[in-house]
Design a protein around this ligand. Sequence first.
Ligand SMILES: [Zn+2]
Length: 123
Amino acid sequence: MILSTHYTFSLFLLSILEKQPIIFLYSIFSLLPDIDIKFNEHRKITHTFLASLIIFLIFRNNLIFLAYFSHIFLDYLTYMPIPLLWPYKSKYCLRIIKTNGMTDKMLTFLFLLLFLINYFLLK
Ligand SMILES: [Zn+2]
């Protein structure tokens, strides 16, 4: 998924649970799993249940955990497998959405719209 889809999806999810501006900051954690691209290791340990658990244990914050895990969920929907159960070597994906494809880009706007409605209209 493209970064904007990850961020807007996280914003939408968090806005269901919290209506404070802090969700804009927490949603940055939805971008964190792709930090592995900087180390030429895309979709490895940062895209696992274990990494999500570590994030939860470090921050002890359900919204940060949800933001982080939302990234892994969306990447799971793509055609590029992720090692959800690392250190087991099996990789998983549902092959529903092509990263950077038309659906991916349209989801950014859908999630943005849902977030805006949820955050500003449904208080
Ligand atoms: Zn990713």
